[in-house]
Design a protein around this ligand. Sequence first.
Ligand SMILES: [Cu+2]
Length: 197
Amino acid sequence: MSSRTLLVSALALGLAACQPAAEAPAAPEAPAAPEAPAAPATPAPPPAPATPVADVAHTGLMVHEAWTRPLAPGATVAAGYGLLMNHGTAPERFVAARAEGVGRVEIHTIESVDGVMQMRPLEGGLELPVDGSARLAPGGKHLMFFEVSRSWAEGERIPVTLVFESGAELVVEFAVLAQAPAGAVEAGHGEHAHHAH
Ligand SMILES: [Cu+2]
């Protein structure tokens, strides 16, 4: 197992407390559909709320508020965050990702080892039960972009292809933001830390 462990103090920096989500309306590729307040008995088109959302209609997989940070000149490693949701009818598992201009993308988890917070690749990917969600957030599970070929600037949107266990793929635009979007902080550190496989 080639699980490198890396210090994560910079990524685990605390961020502002949760606030009501408010995000710039910019979801060019999401099909517009009225938001459904409750799950109806029959499959419905995926809702398209005001926040940027990537989704696949036939799988019900969605990612809200995908974001990453600007890269300093010369930096080649970045983290990615967002809220993954499964509105489909079958359990899913987020297992891999790729992006143009990025050498590799890993799904990381953070654990305390001998009192030191370390991050390492998440074995088996990220579970998404039916009607469930999983948050990638500072201080918690996150995407890790390695060998990024250029500096991402604030305001850019970086397309990332998320790959799921079923074979479904979802292209998500990660907004490059200097500050975390409101509400994009891990709710309760360590809440999902223990994942037995
Ligand atoms: Cu990491």
